[in-house]
Design a binder for this molecule. Structure first.
Ligand SMILES: [Zn+2]
Length: 244
C-alpha cells in the first residue's frame, strides 16, 4: 500500500461545498500549492479537529494528505490570523470575496504561489484595516495580473509607442493600450490619468502603492476596464462584484 504524503501551507478558504452527510469539499488558495481542493472529513461535525476555524477571511495554517490519483484530505486547520473586521461590513465582504476569486482564477495551477499569496494576504489585511475596499481591489488586481505575466503593457501606444496621448484605448487582445489614431479601432477609452494610475499600481514600490489614492473618476474607469481584462485573461465571467 502506498503511504499518503503529508503537506502543509498557509491558506485562505475560497469555497466550501457540502458533500452528503458531513463531508465538505473545501477549496483553498495556498501559498505552497496554489489552488488546493481537499475533502474535509466530517469537517463541520468534528469540532475537536477543526473547531470553528474553517471560515473565510481567516489566514489558516492547514495540513493535508495526498495519495497518487486520490483527492487531498484535510488533516488539520488552525487560525494563524483572523481578519474578523471584514465580516462587519458588506462592502468589505464583497471585495474580500473578489480577492479570493481573482487569485484562484488567475493562478489555478498547482505549485507554490508565494508572490500571489503575499498580494492576497496584503489585500485582506488592508480591507480589515479599513482601507477603501474598491481601491484595495484595484491594487490587488493590478499586481496579480502583473505577477501572472499578463501585464498589461502600459508604457505607451502598442503600435507607435506614443507616450503622451491625452487619452488611450485599452484593448485586451493587444495586452495594452493604443493611441487615438493607430489601428485597430475600438476598445475601452482610458484617460492618461487612469493609465498612469494603473502603471503605478503594477510597478510602484510597495510603500508608494500603499499611499496611492485613486480619484473617483479614475477609479470608475479602472474598475470597468480591469474587470474586463481579468475576464479576458481567465476566459470567463467573474462571479464576485457583479452588478447589484
Ligand atoms: Zn499609436
Amino acid at each position: 500500500m502506498i503511504r499518503p504524503s503529508y503537506h502543509s501551507s498557509s491558506a485562505f478558504l475560497a469555497r466550501s461545498i457540502d458533500l452528503g452527510e458531513a463531508d465538505r469539499r473545501l477549496t483553498f488558495f495556498t501559498r505552497d500549492s496554489g489552488v488546493l481542493v481537499t475533502i474535509g472529513k466530517s469537517a463541520w461535525r468534528s469540532r475537536k479537529r477543526f473547531g470553528g476555524t474553517l471560515q473565510r477571511y481567516v489566514l489558516l495554517d492547514i495540513a493535508w494528505t495526498e495519495r497518487p490519483g486520490g483527492m487531498a484530505v484535510l488533516a488539520s486547520a488552525s487560525v494563524n490570523r483572523s481578519f474578523w473586521e471584514i465580516v462587519e461590513d458588506w462592502e468589505r465582504v464583497r471585495h474580500a470575496d473578489h480577492l479570493l476569486e481573482i487569485a484562484s482564477e488567475l493562478f489555478p495551477q498547482a505549485g507554490p504561489k508565494p508572490r500571489a499569496f503575499e498580494v492576497l494576504l496584503r489585500g485582506m489585511r488592508s480591507i480589515a484595516d479599513g482601507e477603501s475596499p474598491p481601491e484595495t481591489a484595484r491594487k490587488v488586481e493590478a499586481e496579480l495580473l502583473a505577477i501572472g505575466g499578463w501585464g498589461p503593457d502600459l508604457s505607451g501606444c502598442r503600435k507607435c509607442k506614443g507616450q503622451e496621448s491625452r487619452s488611450y484605448r485599452f484593448l485586451p487582445s493587444e495586452g495594452g493600450i493604443l493611441c487615438e489614431t493607430c489601428p485597430p479601432s475600438g476598445g475601452s477609452p482610458l484617460s492618461l490619468g487612469a493609465v498612469k494610475t494603473w502603471r503605478a499600481m503594477q510597478a510602484g514600490k510597495a510603500a508608494a502603492r500603499g499611499r496611492l489614492r485613486i480619484p473617483v473618476g479614475i477609479a470608475e474607469e479602472l474598475r470597468i476596464v480591469i474587470r474586463g481584462y481579468v475576464e479576458y485573461c481567465i476566459g470567463k465571467r467573474l462571479r464576485s462584484l457583479g452588478e447589484t
